[in-house]
Design a protein around this ligand. Structure first.
Ligand code: GUN
Length: 292
């Protein structure tokens, strides 16, 4: 069994981007600028956005964090995005989800200029992704593809089983793995809450991707010998022995599943760091495309 080390793979991507930013600076070109919007005080979202901003700093990107109160109105948030769309210094805009209930995520995402939508959530970018056109692929699925690439894991002809059909992870990764390209050509089964025989389906999988948010869901008896297992789940579970009061748990019963796998991601330190690397790649690309 080999660990798919997201910290290592993401560091390689960040090191490469850092050199690219230094080159941009040397040539007197614009450096990438990410604007991240965080609404309210969701602890997990605060942590994610803080690490996105910190990673920007590490590699020499400019970043702006706009932390808005939970009480911000939808109209006010739309106005903030409108301004960022027209701010010529900003290359990428990210609105951390979930948003408070009184704000429509759909309206917010639809207002972001697709050319600055480094999260790849805008319907124009999702449509391009489905058609296999050049676009921003959202951070988690893109991070998974980068991890597969880093470890040179063959996807062609493999049966990939995805558990979870969210717009952010399950559905896009199911499409990406089925595309006719280097990180695609899988036969894909997308499992969801109404799927019968999830265990039997998983047992046929060469690659399993879990994106459920149910700690320990994937058990060893659901996994074929030598399967590749990618765990997107990251749930905070109460743990009094930890200073933070919680521990992070993936969707995979790691101890027992790992013994059967050819490759497996740890949680934390697997997909998580890759999502940040993917976001940085998208922001760099947005900067290069800026004046196109
Ligand atoms: N919430 C959970 N994952 C993501 C993500 O990739 N981007 C944003 N903006 N919010 C998220």
């Amino acid at each position: 069994m080999q660990l798919l080390d997201g910290k290592l793979a993401s560091q390689a991507i960040k090191d490469d981007l850092k050199i690219k930013v230094e080159d941009l600076k040397k040539q007197g070109n614009k450096i990438p600028h990410l604007a991240a919007i965080l609404v309210g005080n969701n602890g997990a979202s605060e942590t994610y956005v803080a690490s996105k901003v910190k990673s920007c700093e590490e590699i020499g990107f400019k970043s702006t964090l706009l932390h808005l109160a939970d009480s911000v109105s939808e109209a006010e948030l739309l106005e903030v995005i409108h301004k960022l769309n027209y701010d010529n210094d900003v290359d990428g805009i990210l609105v951390q989800l979930p948003l408070p209930k009184h704000i429509s995520e759909e309206k917010i995402i639809n207002l972001i200029n697709p050319a600055k939508d480094v999260d790849g959530f805008h319907p124009v970018n999702v449509g391009k992704m489905v058609q296999g056109l050049e676009t921003f692929i959202s951070a988690t699925p893109y991070g998974i593809l980068l991890l597969l690439q880093h470890y040179k894991i063959e996807t062609k002809g493999k049966h990939a089983v995805i558990i979870g059909r969210s717009n952010i992870v399950g559905r896009p990764i199911s499409i990406l793995l089925s595309r006719n390209d280097d990180t695609g050509n899988c036969t894909v089964t997308l499992c969801h809450s109404h799927t019968k025989n999830v265990k039997e389906i998983c047992l046929q999988a060469d690659i399993i991707i879990t994106a459920l948010g149910v700690p320990g869901f994937l058990k060893a008896e659901m996994v074929k010998q030598d399967a590749v297992v990618i765990d997107v789940g990251i749930t905070r579970v109460a743990d009094a022995s930890k200073k933070s009061g919680y521990t992070l748990k993936g969707d995979v019963d790691f101890e027992n599943v790992a013994a059967k796998c050819s490759y497996i991601t740890p949680v934390p330190g697997g997909v998580g760091p890759m999502t940040i690397a993917a976001l940085l790649m998208n922001t760099y690309k947005a900067c290069l495309n800026h004046d196109l």
